[in-house]
Design a protein around this ligand. Structure first.
Ligand SMILES: Cc1cc2nc3c(=O)[nH]c(=O)nc-3n(C[C@H](O)[C@H](O)[C@H](O)COP(=O)(O)OP(=O)(O)OC[C@H]3O[C@@H](n4cnc5c(N)ncnc54)[C@H](O)[C@@H]3O)c2cc1C
Length: 363
C-alpha cells in the first residue's frame, strides 16, 4: 500500500488505503461505481499537487484518475477535448504546438487536467474558466455520466462547487481556445508582460509566452521539480483574501490590493486610489482582493522561515508556499500553516484560507 508521501507533491501523508489506478474512462467509471456501492469512505486522486493528507493516511478507497488523451476538433473549430488523467502541462504543450491560444499562461501548473476545474486553476492572468466549455462528470448521487456546462460549476477564484471533491468524478473536459496565427492571448499580467518586453494587452508568439511563464515559475519554485527543494509544496498554501472595501481601508496605507479578478493583478493600486471593485455583493458593499504574501511578510514571517525542530518551512522563493524541507510530517505542515494564519489574523484581523484540499486535517 503506497503512502501519500509518494503520491503527493508535498511528500507528506500516510497510507493510501485501497488505491486503484484507472487508466481508461470506462475503468474510471466502473471503479467509482464499485467504490460507491461499498460502505467504505472514498476519495479521488489526480496528481496529488493540491492535496495535504494526514500522517495517518486515508482509510478507504482511493481512485487514481489516469485516463489520458487529447483530441482536437476535426471541423476546424479551435476546440480540444481532454481526458481527465492527462497531465495539465501536456495539455498546454499540445495547445501551443497546435497554435491554439488561451491557456499558455497556465504552463507549468502540476497535476491532471481533470483537477483543473476543481479549483479553477489560474496563473499569470489566465484561468481555466476563461476557456472551459463543459466537463463530462460521473455524478455520485445518480451514478450517471452527465455533461455539465462551465456555468454550472460555480467557478470562482481558486474554487468551484466541486472543490469538496465528494460530488463525483470529472471524466473529461472541453476547452474553446483561439486560433490567432500562432499568437498568444493578450498578455494580462504585468510581470509577464515585462519579462516578454511588451505592454499588457499585447500578443506574443505562443512559444515565447510559454517559455517566459515557465522561466518565471521556476524562479519562484513553482515548477514542481524534486531537485528544487522550494517546489516540494502544494503550490500556494493560502489564497489571497477578499475583504470589504471598508475593511481594506483600515489596513496600512501601503497594503497592496489587486485591481482585477481573477489573478494577482496587472496593476497593484495603493489603498486610497480609485476603487477597483471586484464585485458588489448583496449588501451593496464593494470587495477587494488583498495580497496574502504581503500580509504574511508584514506579520513578520520571512521567506525560508521555519519553526524550531520542524521539517516544514516557508519557501525561500515564494512566501505563499509551504515546503517540505526534508522529512516533514503533515502535522508539521499544518502547524506552520496555523502559525502563519494566527500571526496574520492577530496583526491584521484577516483569516487566511488554505488553497490545497486537506484530508484528515484542518487548520
Ligand atoms: C509547485 C506547484 C505550483 C502550483 N501552481 C499553481 C498555480 O499556479 N495555479 C493553480 O491554480 N494551482 C497551482 N498549483 C496547485 C495544483 O497544481 C492544482 O490545483 C492542480 O489542478 C491539482 O491537480 P492534481 O491532479 O494534482 O489534483 P489533486 O491534488 O490530486 O487533487 C486536488 C483535489 O481535486 C480532486 N480531484 C482531482 N482529480 C479529480 C477528478 N478527475 N474528478 C473529481 N475530483 C478530482 C481531489 O479529490 C482533490 O480534492 C500548484 C501546485 C504545485 C505543487
Amino acid at each position: 500500500m503506497p503512502d501519500f508521501s509518494e503520491l503527493t507533491t508535498l511528500r507528506v501523508g500516510g497510507p493510501a488505503g485501497n488505491l486503484v489506478e484507472a487508466t481508461t474512462r470506462d475503468e474510471v467509471v466502473a471503479t467509482a461505481l464499485s467504490f460507491w456501492g461499498q460502505p467504505d469512505d472514498w476519495m479521488i486522486l489526480g496528481g496529488g499537487s493540491n492535496l495535504v493528507v494526514a500522517d495517518a493516511g486515508f482509510d478507504g478507497n482511493v481512485l487514481a484518475v489516469r485516463n489520458r488523451g487529447i483530441d482536437r476538433a476535426t471541423d476546424g473549430v479551435p476546440r480540444i477535448r481532454i481526458e481527465a488523467g492527462e497531465p495539465w502541462d501536456a495539455v498546454v504543450a499540445f495547445a501551443v504546438a497546435n497554435g491554439l491560444a488561451g491557456i499558455e499562461a497556465l504552463s507549468g501548473i502540476p497535476g491532471t487536467a481533470g483537477a483543473g476545474p476543481i479549483q479553477n486553476i489560474g496563473a499569470y492572468g489566465q484561468q481555466l474558466s476563461d476557456v472551459l466549455v463543459a466537463v463530462d462528470f460521473l455524478d455520485f448521487d445518480s451514478g450517471e455520466v452527465v455533461t455539465l456546462s462551465a456555468a454550472e460549476l460555480g467557478l470562482g477564484y481558486r474554487t468551484s462547487s466541486l472543490k469538496s471533491g465528494r460530488l463525483g468524478v470529472v471524466l473529461s473536459l472541453e476547452l474553446a481556445l483561439e486560433d490567432v496565427g500562432g499568437q498568444s492571448g493578450p498578455v494580462a499580467y504585468a510581470q509577464l508582460a515585462s519579462a516578454l518586453g511588451v505592454s499588457p494587452g499585447e500578443r506574443v508568439p505562443l512559444t515565447a509566452a510559454r517559455d517566459a511563464v515557465l522561466a518565471l515559475r521556476r524562479s519562484k519554485g513553482m515548477v514542481w521539480d524534486p531537485a528544487d527543494p522550494d517546489s516540494v509544496s502544494a503550490g500556494s498554501f493560502f489564497t489571497n483574501p477578499i475583504v470589504t472595501e471598508g475593511f481594506a481601508r483600515g489596513l496600512p496605507a501601503d497594503a497592496p490590493r489587486y485591481a482585477t479578478e481573477p489573478e494577482p493583478a496587472p496593476r497593484v493600486l495603493p489603498l486610497g486610489s480609485e476603487i477597483p471593485a471586484l464585485a458588489a455583493p448583496a449588501s451593496g458593499e464593494f470587495m477587494t482582493k488583498l495580497s496574502a504574501a504581503w500580509l504574511i511578510e508584514r506579520a513578520g514571517i520571512a521567506r525560508g522561515f521555519s519553526l524550531p525542530g520542524s521539517g516544514a518551512a516557508i519557501s525561500s522563493k515564494h512566501t505563499l508556499a509551504i515546503v517540505n524541507g526534508g522529512g516533514a510530517t503533515a502535522a508539521e505542515i499544518v502547524q506552520l500553516a496555523v502559525y502563519v494564519q494566527t500571526r496574520v489574523e492577530s496583526e491584521f484581523g484577516v483569516r487566511l484560507q488554505n488553497e490545497p484540499v486537506l484530508v484528515g486535517l484542518e487548520l
